[in-house]
Design a protein around this ligand. Structure first.
Ligand code: AKG
Length: 246
């Protein structure tokens, strides 16, 4: 969605996000940080080599959106999220993902697994926001169009949720997702600062390689639909209990 975030909100994001990102990265310093949520810290995960995800909390955005945070009526994408997830939708995670120059393309992955064997409407949506222009060279996100329907490991015996979710040696690429002989088409496009990409988080997606000379910055806000048995749904996003500040 082109320019969903205007210049004023972008500036607000920058003034909140940059200092926190720098503070967390300073705390990481020379510590080991492996790839994957369990090998990172509460505040930062290396999603793939040289691609870092710094976690933000709802309170971080109070100065912009007030106490309701990222479900405030002032959030430019909130009506879309409500339409898909329902009025009761809740924020689940937010953060900044940045990739350093030379970061390779991520493996294809989904962010949360299907929860039932038969297809259900989305239980989670991701909103990606380009914080600066992201040229093709800087590695915008890429998605396998329509793949959220066929990433269901519960109905598709040859899929494994671990390989769908994590960066493992057995990447699940679009060509593994055949449905009636069709491989989902992939789509990528450069983004201008303020452009947003909103998607069902069961869709196969990845961040592309950063072949530019600058860090590539993106913010994200993830939302979920409250549902029964939510307490049994495991967190696959930030699994480490260690803090970089300990
Ligand atoms: O860097 C990107 O474009 C996507 C990041 C992502 O999907 C992830 O880290 O889960």
């Amino acid at each position: 969605m082109p320019k969903l975030v205007d210049q004023e909100l972008l500036s607000g994001f920058h003034s909140i996000m940059r200092p926190k990102v720098n503070c967390v990265l300073d705390a990481v310093e020379d510590r080991e940080i492996g790839v994957g949520s369990i090998n990172g810290y509460r505040e930062v995960v290396q999603r793939s080599p040289n691609r870092f995800d710094i976690r933000f909390e709802e309170q971080d955005f109070e100065s912009i959106w007030g106490a309701r945070g990222s479900v405030s009526d002032a959030v430019p994408w909130i009506n879309i999220v409500r339409e898909v997830l329902g009025e009761e939708c809740r924020p689940s995670f937010s953060g900044v993902v940045f990739s350093r120059p030379g970061a390779p393309a991520q493996q294809w992955h989904i962010d949360s697994p299907h929860e039932t064997e038969s297809f259900c409407p989305p239980h989670a949506l991701n909103v990606f926001i380009a914080l600066e222009d992201i040229s093709e060279k800087a590695g915008p996100p890429e998605v396998a169009v329509g793949s959220h329907v066929i990433t269901n490991h519960l109905s598709n015996g040859h899929l494994n949720s671990k390989h769908l979710l994590y960066q493992t040696s057995l990447e699940t690429s679009p060509s593994h997702l055949t449905k009636a002989g069709e491989i989902p088409k992939t789509k990528k496009s450069s983004m201008n600062a303020g452009d947003c990409l909103i998607f069902d988080d069961r869709i196969l997606h990845r961040g592309l390689a950063n072949q530019s000379r600058k860090n590539r910055w993106m913010a994200y806000f993830s939302y979920m639909r409250p549902r029964p048995n939510l307490c049994r749904v495991s967190d696959t996003h930030f699994e480490s209990n260690t803090s970089v500040f300990d």
